[in-house]
Design a protein. Structure first.
Length: 386
């Protein structure tokens, strides 16, 4: 089964470009909101780093989500489309002074901090503004996720977060600081996680930590479990929506919240991945000695996931109904990793045919680069095409 696209409209647009199915995005947001409403105290922030296209951000804001930012630029992008500052959280292992000041100036909801030196800087910068920064400690739970090694973040060996054995010490430090107030605990174990057991392991860890904190008479306002819910890259047509019900139910069942505590989520990929497609045009079919190549006008500058993480994306020829043949689908960039897929079955492909690289809404357009002096791809929405 192939996806349905306005191929006639596409014919007039310069390729490569991103196409966002806004109906699917809205359906995804609705599905999330429906599940979240079932659980008291659940709050979702969208992880802006997955895709900061203003049209998507705007739609996501309208659904009532907050914004999870990892840079000053993302805070600015979120404010620009109208996310209220009290729904903005700021995470990241290396926040610079201007970025912290930006957050302080706008009184954002929370800084997720990753080290004592960072806490000291936030305290100092907040003092200079006679403000109190709300902070959550990002703890490294040392929980593995069954995903690609490059997108695992919650193991002791990863650079992220404060080690569990340092937690008590960091809390002591925070309590001495006058211009930071501890409001939460933050975790994030990785991305593209489909095994609910991984999230369950995180819940178990958090339950233990909460008991540990209670022995010290500490209760935080919120627990933030980050994002990481995966999507079905193999079957974007059959399974366009992630399993939000299992995801939220896992947390509802496993995580023991204290009275009045809220549980925050930071979903990125699961919100935007399936609604986005990279549309590219076939330049040449080249017959090699043992295989044939479909050379397209998109490269890893437009979508780097296959080159960076050996990621799979479903690829379809949306112009052709000819019998299937097998191709390596490759880009024009002078690097051997510039390959979108090997041994891909496509309808018989000719020069000029449009190729859809599916499930590219997350970590696609936003990671584009200008290597080889290539222009950045433009993102169009289905709303603009009707
Ligand atoms: C990347 C990231 C997310 C979003 O991850 P997804 O896998 O896209 O849901 C959430 N929180 C933090 C801290 C992150 O770094």
């Amino acid at each position: 089964m192939k996806g349905t696209f306005p191929v006639e409209r596409f014919a007039t647009i310069r390729t490569p470009f991103y196409y966002y199915d806004m109906e699917l995005l809205r359906a995804t947001l609705q599905a999330i909101c429906k599940e979240v409403r079932q659980h008291q105290g659940f709050v979702v922030h969208y992880a802006v780093k997955a895709n900061a296209n203003a049209k998507l951000l705007h739609t996501i804001r309208l659904a009532g989500m907050g914004a999870d930012c990892v840079s000053g630029g993302e805070i600015e992008a979120s404010l620009q489309v109208g996310f209220p500052p009290e729904k903005i959280v700021f995470a990241g292992v290396g926040k610079s002074d201007w970025e912290i000041n930006l957050g302080l100036d706008h009184d954002i909801f929370c800084f997720n901090v990753e080290s004592i030196p960072e806490l000291q800087v936030i305290d100092q910068l907040a003092r200079a503004k006679s403000k109190t920064a709300r902070v959550a400690l990002r703890l490294n739970p040392n929980v593995g996720a069954h995903t690609h090694a490059n997108i695992t973040t919650g193991l002791a060996e990863n650079k992220f977060g404060i080690a569990l054995r340092d937690m008590d010490n960091v809390i002591n430090e925070v309590s001495k600081m006058k211009n930071v107030s501890l409001v939460g605990l933050h975790f994030h174990i990785g991305s593209q996680i489909l095994d609910m057991g991984d999230f369950q392991a995180l819940c178990n860890r958090i339950n233990d930590l909460q008991l540990q904190l209670e022995r010290r008479h500490i209760r935080v306002e919120h627990i933030n479990v980050g994002g990481g819910l995966g999507i079905d890259y193999q079957h974007p047509n059959r399974v366009p929506l992630p399993d939000f019900k299992s995801y939220f139910d896992t947390y509802a069942r496993q995580l023991k919240l204290r009275p009045g505590q809220t549980l925050h989520f930071e979903l990125g990929r699961a919100v935007v991945a399936q609604c986005g497609t990279l549309i590219t045009r076939t330049l040449y079919i080249k017959k090699g000695a043992t295989k044939q190549f479909c050379i397209v006008d998109a490269g890893f500058t437009d979508l780097i996931r296959p080159a960076l993480y050996q990621a799979y994306h479903k690829i379809e020829n949306i112009s052709s109904n000819l019998p299937e043949e097998t191709y390596d689908v490759v880009g024009p960039i002078c690097e051997s990793t510039d390959v979108f897929g090997k041994q891909v079955d496509l309808n018989g492909t000719r020069r000029g045919d449009l190729i859809a690289i599916r499930s590219a809404g997350a970590y696609g357009e936003i990671m584009a680069s200008q290597y080889n002096c290539r222009p950045l791809p433009v993102g169009y929405t289905s709303d603009e095409m009707t």
